[in-house]
Design a protein around this ligand. Structure first.
Ligand SMILES: NC(=O)c1ccc[n+]([C@@H]2O[C@H](COP(=O)([O-])OP(=O)(O)OC[C@H]3O[C@@H](n4cnc5c(N)ncnc54)[C@H](OP(=O)(O)O)[C@@H]3O)[C@@H](O)[C@H]2O)c1
Length: 243
């Protein structure tokens, strides 16, 4: 069931996180629920993690594959007038583009980019005045300093243009549209002790992975009352990856 807390900065706010069972998405679920929002989140494969997170936070877990455009639109529509949409679902398919399955690349584009657009538009149809749309992009939307990341980078830079355009489309209703761009963040996708650690850290000024909670803090700021004129913008939290 949805969270029933009545105090906190997000009290009375309805939030939906697309892709919230693990990692950064789960940290966002925890943060918004802790600060009083009524939170629903979707998941695709991680049912046990989703159920545990729902039990921990009081958030509602909804199984829905973000690669399925119709399913994403329906899950957004069914939540009614949202105050906060966070599109976090994402996967990384890397490697030599000449040897990568086209279907795998297309699925990543569907999850990371295509459904982000349709979720944001569907949310915008009935979002409350002053609503917040936040997409989790990546520093790789700005910079791709190693080989094998072209298709991932294209999904993340695609979010940038989308946010700029939708900020114009929804601005008259006070709805903001922003992209949070993490650098290396300690999750299943990119473990702090994983094989890519030394290569990743070589690009950083602060030589450690971010925690999911640090990224969720930036999301909470953008979702909160002080961020009402921040829109159409990219917000990088990357340990200096792009410095
Ligand atoms: N970790 C990093 O270093 C890093 C850096 C920059 C940007 N990012 C971005 O941050 C976001 C979250 O990444 P993460 O590191 O937290 O990854 P993660 O630990 O692999 O978690 C990914 C989350 O997305 C959900 N998801 C994936 N495919 C989905 C689908 N088809 N339908 C619904 N949900 C789906 C997963 O749910 P299920 O397991 O239930 O399918 C899971 O909750 C992604 O957009 C990623 O590109 C991450």
């Amino acid at each position: 069931m949805a969270n029933s807390q009545s105090s906190g900065v997000f009290a009375g706010r309805k939030a939906l996180i697309i892709g919230g069972s693990r990692g950064i998405g789960a940290a966002v679920v925890r943060r918004l629920a802790r600060e009083g929002a009524s939170v629903s989140f979707t998941y695709a494969g991680s049912e046990a993690a989703a159920k545990a997170l729902a039990a921990e936070t009081g958030a509602e877990a909804l199984r829905s594959d973000a690669a399925d455009r119709a399913a994403v639109i329906e899950v957004v529509r069914a939540r009614g007038a949202l105050d906060i949409l966070v599109y976090n679902a994402g996967l990384f398919i890397g490697g030599d583009p000449l040897a990568t399955e086209a279907d795998a690349v297309d699925r990543m584009i569907d999850v990371n980019l295509r459904s982000a657009y349709h979720a944001a538009v569907e949310a915008g149809r009935r979002m409350n005045e002053g609503g917040r749309i936040i997409m989790i992009g990546s520093v790789n939307g700005d910079r791709m300093p190693f080989a094998g990341g072209a298709s991932y980078a294209l999904t993340k830079s695609g979010l940038q243009g989308m946010a700029r355009g939708l900020a114009r489309d929804f601005g008259a209703r006070g709805i903001t549209v922003n992209v949070v761009q993490p650098g290396p963040t300690d999750t299943d996708m990119n473990p702090a002790d994983g094989p890519m650690k030394d290569m990743m850290h070589s690009f950083l000024a602060i030589k450690r992975h971010a925690t999911p909670d640090e990224v969720a803090g930036m999301v909470a700021y953008l979702a909160g009352p002080e961020a009402g004129v921040i829109t159409g913008a990219m917000h990088t939290i990357d340990g200096g990856f792009g410095a």
